[in-house]
Design a protein around this ligand. Structure first.
Ligand SMILES: Nc1ncnc2c1ncn2[C@@H]1O[C@H](COP(=O)(O)OP(=O)(O)OP(=O)(O)O)[C@@H](O)[C@H]1O
Ligand SMILES: [Mg+2]
Length: 317
């Protein structure tokens, strides 16, 4: 079956001055099917937002292809296909024009994609969209400065669903919100997933949120996916040393994770990634081969993991 969204061996590098290059995303392949929520997790700077921006066509790959419903994303692709993948960013304040009313911002995709035939129809649809995200119709007349952070994030979600997408790429959708508000936004995302039949790419460094929402997980380290598979497998029996150490940070008593060592050390520079396995300088299982051989992502059951020592490391070490 054709995935709704696919990254096929995508690399994105950013040139810096003096001939240096940031290796933001290296050879990443992802597929998102109907009803799935793919969480992309990893420490700061590992390339999560770059993957998000590639997935929605805000930036183009240096190598590889992004496809929406089988169609390669190009600068001048048809709007009907492109609107199937919408974006919600971490910062709702910068996502909305402060000078325009909320009604204008939410109604914009309706106009851009020709989804309403009259101004009256558009206004009615904006009311409906605000209700879908739990806000009263009167909010249409307000400006972003007149609402709270949680409400603003609901408005960016309303704007995303206005385009009637099949996929929403959520880049840290709750990172800027207070703890109590976070939960209400997460519940809204869960409700909309069911009621609208949406699929999500959920970028987050909050592992408990990924655990709550995700059906699938991709773990990134320094631009590469190191482990990928069904969420339940990854969370209950992580395989890659990096995943094991990352998950050790979740503060829940779970006997299957006893003995996991928490991460130490810093993420290396994406301008000068370490040779071999990029995780080797921090890995407790490092062997000589890890220092010069880049491990391939290999299938192990229904997941993939990229570790040269995979078969030697005990399941619950
Ligand atoms: N436009 C750009 N120009 C140069 N370097 C960039 C650019 N965008 C991202 N980078 C670099 O690419 C790497 C990946 O950045 P990215 O923002 O994708 O990480 P992230 O996983 O989203 O991090 P965070 O969790 O902090 O949001 C980083 O080293 C970052 O500095
Ligand atoms: Mg980011």
């Amino acid at each position: 079956m054709t995935p709704l969204l696919e990254l096929d061996h995508v690399t994105r590098r950013f040139p810096l001055r003096r001939g240096q290059t940031v290796h933001a995303v290296e050879d990443v392949s992802l597929r998102l099917g109907p009803g799935e929520t793919l969480a992309i997790v990893g420490e700061s700077g590992c390339g999560k937002s770059t993957v998000a921006r590639l997935a929605v066509g805000l930036i183009t790959p240096t190598l590889g292809t992004v496809r929406i419903d089988g169609t390669p994303v190009r600068a001048r692709m048809d709007r009907a296909t492109r609107r199937h993948v919408q974006f919600v960013s971490q910062n709702p304040w910068s996502a909305l024009n402060p000078r325009k009313t909320i009604g204008h911002s939410v109604g914009q995709p309706l106009a851009v994609h020709g989804l309403c035939s009259s101004g009256a129809e558009r206004a009615a649809r904006v009311t409906e969209l605000l209700e879908q995200v739990g806000l009263p119709a009167q909010y249409a007349a307000r400006r972003p400065s007149g609402v709270s952070g949680g409400e603003l994030q609901r408005i960016t979600v309303a704007r995303a669903i206005a385009a009637q997408p099949r996929v929403i790429v959520l880049d840290e959708p709750t990172a800027s919100l207070d703890v109590g508000v976070k939960a209400t936004v997460i519940n809204l995302l869960l409700d909309l997933r069911t009621s609208l039949g949406l699929s999500y790419v959920l970028i987050t460094h909050e592992l408990d949120i990924a655990r709550h929402l995700a059906t699938h997980v991709a773990v990134m380290y320094l631009g590469r996916i190191v482990e990928q598979g069904p969420a339940e497998k990854i969370f209950t029996a992580p395989r890659h040393p990096y995943t094991r150490m990352l998950l050790a940070a979740i503060p829940v008593p779970d006997p299957t994770r006893r003995g996991l060592t928490a991460l130490t050390g810093e993420v290396p520079s994406a301008v000068y990634p370490p040779p071999g396995c990029a995780f080797h300088p921090r890995c407790p299982y490092v062997a000589d081969a890890c220092r010069d051989q880049v491990p391939l992502l290999l299938a192990i059951g229904d997941r993939t993991s990229a570790c040269l020592r995979d078969s030697e490391i005990p399941a619950h070490a």
